[in-house]
Design a protein around this ligand. Structure first.
Ligand SMILES: Nc1ncnc2c1ncn2[C@@H]1O[C@H](COP(=O)(O)OP(=O)(O)OP(=O)(O)O)[C@@H](O)[C@H]1O
Ligand SMILES: [Mg+2]
Length: 465
């Protein structure tokens, strides 16, 4: 096992050496005569524990502690203090020191203090590992089959890494914006912190300020007499998700902007400047650009929120996701309702592919939920879905026949058949964005048949798009 490493910082050589010699057998020890020297060494190597004298020449132990905690907040620091300095210990503890020992140092008690501290480290590490494993295993599954969504996921993987860059998610209702926001949170270094969601449309606009920033006691009538922490404070070291951000009043927008620009805020009725570090993810299905043109959304806020912008395409624009999502929901609800669904019929698949998804993924999810609830299984059938025919994207002629009567001079059936096939193959290719197997599904034929007919009719593979 790798031994724990300890830094000792004390200007008195006897103490420095005395401690070093006693600890050397069990730990990897490095000693420094000044805070400056220790801080420099910290840049190259972070030990598990630091023994830090309070009364150092040059930079004091307290100042060193606050520097160290800024860089490595998790590190355990035990202060060494002379009896006269005992008052200073209180400030050290407030700054996050783990414990303190008083000079003259009794090695036995110092060793116990160190053992306890290192036990704390071990427990913290274990908890962190368990937390990480839990989060990894319980992460909701985000279905991403289409290239559009795969690209978004790759991009998120990249931008989530910086813990405080604001991200704005745009997209129609039900496209999965909230789901993406939580994905961003759990893939970011802030994942151990809270994910706090604020539905900007649901909070009365006159309460937005006190909800976001909190208030001090007696700030306004009807308020909690003790005052209240705001949602921004709740989201410290985590993610603040401002959902439906397009619904903020102009007044609330101005207040949010001030916080974003200055990184500081006051509670309502408060005089103390507050600072919180959190990542702001916001989302809306509103057309913010149009709202800016009409002066209903502030441009400066738009640029602050959207340092990174993600546009989630509608489900109709990414047909490759339709069937995988449907399967995902089929299994989800089959488990939930204790049914035995294993798949869906080809007819269901082609119907889903041809459907006009106004409510996007949410609508698909609701549709499958209903189907699983009322259906018998093991295959999801069209009658389980109860789809309204008017909502399919396919031209009505396919559903209603729509054929013209035969004129007295007769018709050439082969030509009519050809025109008929050409129309639908081209239309299916267009709807499937040029993807042949999706287009084949739309027409209820297999991929080979589709390709054979397409070639026969000399239709180019990439039609429309
Ligand atoms: N790629 C996906 N994989 C799995 N489930 C998804 C995916 N996208 C969306 N969903 C599910 O679809 C439903 C709607 O998604 P979500 O609530 O995130 O949409 P939204 O864009 O926030 O909608 P709105 O604009 O109406 O608030 C949720 O149940 C979500 O879990
Ligand atoms: Mg939403």
């Amino acid at each position: 096992m790798i031994p724990y490493s300890i830094y000792i910082v004390d200007d008195e050589p006897t103490i420095r050496e005395g401690i070093s010699i006693s600890l050397k057998a069990d730990y990897k020890v490095q000693a420094f005569p000044s805070a400056e020297a220790a801080l420099k060494a910290l840049k190259a190597h972070i030990p598990d524990l630091i023994l830090l004298d309070i009364g150092l020449p040059g930079m004091s132990g307290i100042d060193a502690l606050s520097e160290i905690k800024k860089d490595v907040p998790d590190i355990l620091v035990i202060m060494i203090t002379a009896y006269e300095d005992i008052k200073t210990v209180i400030s050290a503890m407030k700054l996050g020191a783990y414990d303190y020992v008083v000079k003259p140092i009794h090695m036995d008690s110092l060793e116990i203090t160190i053992k306890n501290a290192l036990e704390t480290i071990k427990l913290r590490k274990e908890v962190r590992l368990l937390q990480e494993r839990y989060l990894q295993e319980n992460l909701p599954c985000y279905v991403a089959e289409s290239n559009a969504i795969k690209n978004i996921m790759d991009f998120i993987e990249l931008v989530a890494k910086s813990p405080d860059t604001p991200i704005l998610i745009l997209g129609e209702t039900g496209t999965g914006k909230e789901f993406l926001a939580s994905t961003i949170h759990y893939r970011s270094p802030n994942y151990k912190g809270p994910l706090v969601t604020v539905n900007c449309a649901a909070i009365p606009q006159n309460l937005i300020e006190s909800e976001l920033f909190g208030y001090e006691k007696g700030a306004f009538s009807g308020a909690n007499p003790l005052g209240k922490r705001g949602l921004i404070e709740e989201a410290a070291q985590g993610t603040l998700f401002l959902d439906e951000v397009g619904d903020l009043s102009l007044e609330a927008q101005a207040k949010l902007l001030r916080f974003l620009e200055e990184g500081e805020f006051y509670r309502v009725g408060g005089t103390k400047k507050m600072q919180v570090s959190t990542r702001i993810v916001s989302a809306t299905n509103k057309d913010l650009e149009a709202m800016m043109d009409q002066d209903r959304f502030r441009k400066d806020l738009y640029f602050r929120l959207g340092v990174i912008k993600i546009q989630v395409p509608s489900l109709n624009e990414r047909p490759d996701d339709i069937i995988p999502l449907a399967r995902h929901f089929l299994f989800e609800f089959s488990r939930k309702f204790k049914k035995n669904f294993t798949d869906m019929t080809a007819e269901v698949q082609s119907t889903l592919l041809g459907y006009a998804w106004e409510g996007n993924v949410r609508e698909l999810r609701n549709l499958i939920e209903r189907g699983v609830l009322v259906g018998k299984g093991p295959e999801l059938a069209l009658e389980d879905l109860g789809i309204e025919p008017s909502k399919t994207r396919l031209p009505s002629s396919r559903r209603e026949g729509g054929f013209s009567p035969i004129p007295p001079e007769g018709i050439d059936l082969t030509t009519v058949e050809e025109a008929f096939q050409r129309h639908y193959i081209e239309e299916a290719l267009r709807m499937a964005g040029g993807n042949e197997s999706q287009a084949a599904k739309l027409l209820g034929i297999n991929h080979h048949t589709f390709r054979y007919r397409r070639k026969n009719l000399q239709i180019q593979p990439k039609q429309g798009g």
